[in-house]
Ligand binder design. Structure first.
Ligand SMILES: Nc1ncnc2c1ncn2[C@@H]1O[C@H](COP(=O)(O)OP(=O)(O)OP(=O)(O)O)[C@@H](O)[C@H]1O
Ligand SMILES: [Mg+2]
Length: 495
């Protein structure tokens, strides 16, 4: 059970669990393992006693999904409490260089030294610098900084940025190769390239963007209240924290997504003379950028771009139906967007705006609860997805079924519902290829998850709300980890 972060210092009580005469193994079990859990890591994210050469690394933190692409995030070297850590700096320095780890932690359980590796361009070599030295009590005082630097969410974010940049460089290189072969002039590959104009850079970045699997996803389930909007908001925030650029489109007249992100469609949009989704859909002159509202939360450097909705959308069905090529109105407006992920949050019923949403999308995410009615509704969801897919030039795959609001106390009930869900998918046309996201990504039913929309922020911001109790922050942390895993899983499933 992961130990959660909170400003209650008792959460780091385990730091007091060793004595001066304790062994190195005790520091590992009583301090390092709980510390890693507190940082949000799961046992599969790290390996201990990793051999290389004649040496053994105590801990290597390296989430599975990035093993082939990124250097390890963190190396931990552990000493017994009676050994002063300043005599062992050379060892962690050597390990960090050898395995290319980005960060290092050297500890004897009572002193903690944090190290960072960077490349010195002038000397063409890796430099390791000590960034902090803490006693156990100083670590408790600085726990937020320590947590933010070393936690799993930061690790995933950094690895994703590295991965994306690598992909971009590879693609850029391949474009150059292709151009060179196309021109029958391989030699130009090795010539100095002229400075790219901003226009051609834009063109190239659009091309790369498209090849980078930018996704427009409708979060779709015509069963009401299954957690679509809540899941959309928090999943988007997790993706943004992983370095993805995310746009959220509220195309539901209830405007729950807008208000859930602290945007009041009347006061913040209409009375402020700004535009919303209704203007984008109905007015050919209104462009995507005219209706985007950037929401920022400074605590964790989070930004989400949002197109808000308005209740008047509920009276526009007729107007929309009468427009020329009305089903493709949103698809056209999204043609040159530059986001990694666009999420569209439609209403539960299947009407005109759902069709418009699906026609603009290149993937569908289906949230469902593990209970009878929402599961039964999936037959209809799949049929609708297929029907709209037939009208589209590009495929419209179902990226997966995401489980929301499951009850953590009724394991056997959940398993029986899961079987039922699989059964229904098996029996439904096209359903057997639909992937149910794994249990580690399921979102539990937690009060804190339903409180956040009322406060107008995603769950990722709850950690910084001084009005919440430590239990509430603990629950928020737990939910956040699930959304982070769902985000990583979604990225993995579309690559
Ligand atoms: N994981 C969760 N734990 C507890 N409550 C949740 C959770 N997810 C959603 N809720 C609550 O359930 C209710 C329905 O959620 P939400 O509005 O996201 O569903 P929806 O499918 O978008 O609904 P609609 O069909 O009306 O658009 C809301 O009150 C929300 O706060
Ligand atoms: Mg909703």
């Amino acid at each position: 059970m992961p130990i959660s972060t909170s400003d209650d210092s008792s959460k780091l009580e385990f730091l007091k669990s060793i004595a001066p005469e304790s062994s190195e193994a005790e520091v590992e079990h009583k301090i390092i393992v709980p510390l890693l859990q507190w940082l949000g890591y799961e046992s599969g994210d790290w390996r201990s006693q990793v051999s290389f050469g004649n040496s053994k690394l105590d801990f290597l933190i390296y989430p599975e999904e990035f093993k082939l692409h990124c250097p390890p995030f963190l190396v931990i070297e552990v000493k017994a409490p009676d050994k002063p850590i300043n005599q062992h700096g050379w060892q962690i320095n050597r390990y960090m260089r050898k395995v290319g780890a980005m960060l290092g932690l050297l500890t004897n359980g009572s002193s903690f030294q944090l190290l960072c590796r960077y490349q010195d361009q002038r000397r063409h070599q890796d430099q390791i610098v000590v960034i902090a030295n803490y006693s156990a009590s100083e670590l408790v005082e600085n726990f937020r900084l320590f947590h933010n630097l070393l936690c799993r969410a930061t690790c995933l974010k950094v690895c994703n940025v590295i991965l994306n940049n690598q992909q971009r460089i590879n693609q850029k290189f391949l474009i150059r190769v292709a151009e060179a072969f196309g021109n029958q002039s391989m030699l130009s590959l090795f010539e100095e390239q002229p400075e790219l104009s901003s226009q051609s850079l834009q063109k190239e970045s659009n091309l790369i963007q498209r090849r980078n699997k930018s996704m427009i996803i409708t979060v779709f389930n015509n069963k009401g209240g299954v957690g679509k909007t809540t899941l959309t908001i928090n999943l988007a925030a997790s993706l943004a924290r992983l370095g993805k650029r995310v746009l959220l489109i509220d195309i539901d007249a209830q405007a729950n997504l807008s208000t859930g992100l602290g945007i009041d469609p009347l006061n913040d949009v209409e009375l402020a003379r700004k535009k919303d989704i209704t203007h984008l859909l109905i007015d050919p002159r209104v462009k995507l950028e005219d209706v985007i509202y950037s929401k920022r939360w400074s605590h964790n450097d989070l930004q989400l771009d949002v197109i808000p909705s308005h209740i008047r959308l509920s009276r526009m069905e007729n107007d929309l139906t009468q427009m020329v090529d009305s089903d493709r109105v949103l698809a056209k407006k999204l043609k040159n967007h530059s986001y990694d992920f666009v999420f569209i949050d439609p209403p539960p019923s299947f009407g005109k705006v759902n069709r418009i949403s699906l026609m603009a999308s290149n993937g569908i995410l289906v949230p469902t609860q593990l209970s009878s009615y929402p599961i039964r509704a999936l037959e209809y969801v799949l049929a609708q997805a297929q029907e709209v897919g037939n009208y589209k030039d590009d495929p419209l795959p179902i990226l997966g079924v995401a489980i929301s609001m499951y009850d953590q106390r009724s394991n056997s009930f959940n398993l029986s519902m899961l079987e039922k869900l699989k059964d229904i998918l098996e029996k439904t046309d096209g359903g057997s290829q639909v992937n149910i996201f794994p249990e580690e990504t399921w979102i539990p039913r937690l009060n804190i998850v339903s409180q956040c929309p009322e406060k107008g922020y995603p769950i990722q911001e709850a950690e910084f709300d001084d009005h919440l109790s430590s239990q509430e922050r603990e629950a928020a942390q737990k939910a956040m980890e699930r959304y982070d895993r769902l985000a990583s899983h979604l990225i993995g499933s579309i690559q």
